[in-house]
Design a protein. Structure first.
Length: 143
């Protein structure tokens, strides 16, 4: 059974961790591999190279939206196809991130956590639809 008193805070913790992880997934594409290197990787694995720019922007901006709770659950849903592509790309590499080319467990977990976020919602202290809607839930969470 879900404890409705604490579920909004659980959703908050999920949202904060998930947004941080989406940003962390994007940053190496910019800071480590560089955008041209990421484009080359996309082309190497069979994707259209310039799609790398779209993916990096989506992961960074999406991670920020999730982190702040600005339509976060919808952003999580929109990011699912991106991570499905990453999962399919890394599936042949095997399990764990230390596998050559990176493993599939990280994309799989981001898919799972994003799906949970879609189902659960943003929780408290979320920007919501342009307001700090989460504060209205705080009083109800302890009722």
């Amino acid at each position: 059974m879900i404890d409705t008193r604490y579920a909004p805070y659980a959703a908050l913790l999920l949202r904060l961790g998930l947004g941080t992880m989406w940003i962390a997934h994007a940053l190496p594409k910019v800071l480590v591999f560089t955008l041209p290197g990421t484009v080359a990787f996309f082309e190497k694995v069979g994707f259209w190279g310039p799609l790398a720019y779209v993916v990096v922007a989506a992961e960074l901006l999406g991670g920020l939206a999730i982190l702040t709770g600005f339509f976060g659950r919808y952003v999580s849903a929109a990011l699912l196809p991106i991570m499905a592509g990453a999962l399919m790309t890394h599936l042949p590499n095997g399990w764990v991130f230390s596998a050559a080319g990176g493993g599939w467990e990280y994309p799989a977990f981001l898919i799972l956590a994003s799906a949970v976020h879609v189902l659960l919602g943003d929780g408290v202290y979320a920007l919501g639809r342009g307001t700090f809607a989460g504060f209205a839930q705080v009083g109800r969470a302890h009722s």
